[in-house]
Ligand binder design. Structure first.
Ligand SMILES: Nc1ncnc2c1ncn2[C@@H]1O[C@H](COP(=O)(O)OP(=O)(O)O)[C@@H](O)[C@H]1O
Ligand SMILES: C=C(OP(=O)(O)O)C(=O)O
Ligand SMILES: [K+]
Ligand SMILES: [Mg+2]
Length: 592
């Protein structure tokens, strides 16, 4: 039995009110007449079932070839359909994340993780098997940090992730993170880290040191460094992990005494402070996107990465500039731009930056070096809330499980921090050093996964629907309709306790509007291209599927039901609400 309220707008015209109408099968009748447009409401009765005919298509790949079954190396063995991806959309089959499929089969809809997980890839995780272990462990997005490694190395990682997706049925997206032009140290001549002890005198210089690098010397990437610092300034490495005091300037060399000992890591960020305030006059003049960053961006476009994260964003202008550059350079492909909020200027111009971006990252590492540490939690909450209001995915990053770089279990405080980000309903959590160069990348990911699932469940059990006011984000009347439909569908889903929301979306926009409502049930997002599917993998609660579909919702639903049933991902009787961006409608139905 299916009930639907459809607001037919053959030319994407607006709909108005919900009317109660007698049940009839696909009868359209005009309800409001505008001078030029007709608006319809349709009530649909039960869907005809053609399960048997369709289930034979299940193993068909996007281009009509028969998929190959494989087995994933994991503690829980998962059967995976290998599909050659097709951007065409004329596919008969369906592509879904292999791990999600197993999760759905084993535990049902309610238990699926809603919070997305990002892993920074580094020496500890760049092997194909290591990447596969992360994908099996729930990695939704792989991040490569252009601060480190060579272009060849990054290319190799991208190639491996792509191969993993193609051969094993994952939809891991790739995020490229720019270096930015803030001041940082050199690469320590290849050493993984160097210890600075209390009272030691170190030389910071723009001078290129010979090899081997003389003891206690650090290269700095910023030509104006010696000019800008003053004797008595405090020099902070990585926002205070190690501290120095400037004692003398000799030409390009700056002599400093270590006042807080610690480990210096390659290319660590440097800030200097005078009379308790961050010195940033010169920093403000450095370009957000350096010449090296532009080359990296060209590389990212050529490689077809899914996201480009921009470091040290100061204003919306740079985001707009980059977006138009990407649009001109990569016709057709749609790379999303993520603004990293990690500077005082980015906080000042937060709203316009987020508005101009496709998403934001709370980059707490550098943010904590620029504002007092005790202000970081409130900044995080503010950024997460604003992003949700403006319908932009938001990532909470840095030091979530820092101790797991060295130890196999997290601290209680780290678990509490992760819980808080999940409770704030951030879209995604990110691992940095934990996965890039730590000793326990898989364990760190497992902690993020189990904490996310537990806190999400607790939140639902407590039925704490936060009453966050979601302002209208639509810029056109058609957008406003989509938004109202998604808000209503999410509310209905909670009230009716449905098993899943289905959304058929070509651009992903309707899916993001549903995700924004943070409903109690998971959202199955069907989209026609693999690139949109990967991009949706960053957003809270979305389970992205690639599926060829038409403008005929009844046939789409029949097809989806039969394909998902045949793969054991849904069963007869499950209650589903479906919306689509081709047809402005909300349909409520039990799976036949
Ligand atoms: N591509 C890479 N090659 C070598 N080391 C890397 C790479 N990516 C990350 N790392 C290591 O992991 C650490 C944490 O990663 P990340 O947080 O992304 O960088 P950073 O600490 O420079 O902000 C880095 O400091 C670096 O030691
Ligand atoms: C994520 C961050 O940026 P990066 O690791 O590139 O410094 C951060 O500063 O928190
Ligand atoms: K970076
Ligand atoms: Mg940073």
């Amino acid at each position: 039995m299916s009930r639907s309220l459809q607001f037919f707008t053959p030319s994407r015209a607006p709909y108005f009110t919900l009317h109660k109408l007698p049940s009839t099968s696909y009868t359209r009748f005009p309800v409001i007449n505008f001078p030029s447009k007709k608006h319809y409401i349709t009530i649909t009765k039960s869907l005809s079932s053609d399960l048997d005919a369709a289930s034979s298509q299940v193993l068909d790949s996007g281009n009509g070839q028969t998929g190959v079954s494989g087995v994933l190396s994991a503690d829980n063995v998962v059967a995976v359909q290998s599909h050659a991806p097709s951007e065409s959309g004329a596919a008969a089959g369906i592509e879904v994340d292999a791990v999600t499929e197993a999760e759905l089969k084993e535990n049902g809809f309610r238990s699926t993780r809603r919070t997305k997980l990002i892993c920074t890839i580094g020496p500890a995780t760049c092997g194909f098997e290591q990447l596969e272990a992360l994908a099996v462990g729930g990695m939704n997005v792989a991040r490569i940090n252009m601060c480190h490694g060579t272009r060849e190395w990054h290319q190799m990682v991208i190639e491996r992730v792509r191969r993993l997706n193609e051969e094993k049925g994952f939809a891991v997206a790739i995020m490229m993170d720019t270096e930015g032009s803030e001041i940082h140290m050199g690469d320590l001549g290849g050493a993984a880290s160097v210890k600075a002890e209390d009272g030691e005198i170190w030389t910071f210089s723009v001078r290129a040191f010979g090899t081997p690098r003389p003891e206690r010397t650090i290269n700095v990437n910023y030509d104006g460094f010696a000019e800008d610092v003053k004797v008595g300034d405090e020099l902070l490495v990585d926002g205070g992990m190690v501290r120095f005091e400037v004692i003398e300037k000799i030409g390009p060399d700056v002599k400093c005494r270590c006042t807080d000992p610690g480990l210096l890591l390659p290319r660590a960020n440097l800030t200097f402070w005078r009379d308790g305030s961050l010195v940033r006059e010169r920093n403000a003049m450095l370009p957000t996107i350096s010449s090296k960053d532009w080359l990296d961006i060209d590389f990212g476009i050529a490689e077809g990465v899914d996201f480009i994260a921009i470091s040290f964003v100061k204003s919306a202008e740079v985001i707009k500039h980059l977006k138009s550059y990407i649009a001109a350079r990569s016709r057709g492909s749609d790379i999303a731009v993520i603004a990293k909020i990690e500077s005082i200027d980015s906080l000042k111009n937060l709203e316009e930056i987020v508005q101009a971006s496709d998403g934001a990252m709370v980059a707490r590492g550098d943010l904590g070096a620029q504002i007092p540490l005790e202000q970081v939690p409130s900044a995080q909450q503010k950024i997460v809330q604003l992003c949700r209001q403006l319908n932009k995915p938001v990532i909470v990053a840095s030091q979530l499980l820092e101790s797991m770089i060295e130890y196999p279990t997290p601290t209680r405080a780290e678990v509490a921090d992760v819980s808080e980000a999940v409770r704030q309903r951030a879209d995604a959590l990110m691992l940095s050093g934990e996965s890039a160069m730590g000793q326990y990348p898989d364990k760190a990911l497992a902690v993020l996964r189990s904490v996310s699932v537990r806190i999400e469940k607790w939140w639902r059990e407590e039925k704490r629907h936060e009453a966050m006011v979601l302002p209208d984000v639509g810029t056109s009347f058609a957008d406003s309709i989509s938004e109202e439909i998604c808000n209503s569908a999410a509310k209905m889903a909670n009230n009716l306790e449905v098993d899943a929301l289905f959304v058929y979306t070509k651009t992903g926009h309707m899916a993001s509007l549903l995700s924004r409502c943070r409903p109690d049930c998971p959202i199955f997002a069907f989209t026609t291209t693999t690139s949109v599917r990967r991009r949706l993998n960053l957003q809270w609660g979305l389970i992205p599927f690639r599926l060829g579909f038409s403008d005929d919702m009844e046939s789409n639903l029949n097809k989806t039901f039969s394909l998902l049933k045949a793969r054991g991902m849904i069963k007869s009787g499950d209650l589903v609400i479906a919306v689509s961006d081709m047809l402005q409608s909300i349909q409520v139905m039990n799976v036949p």
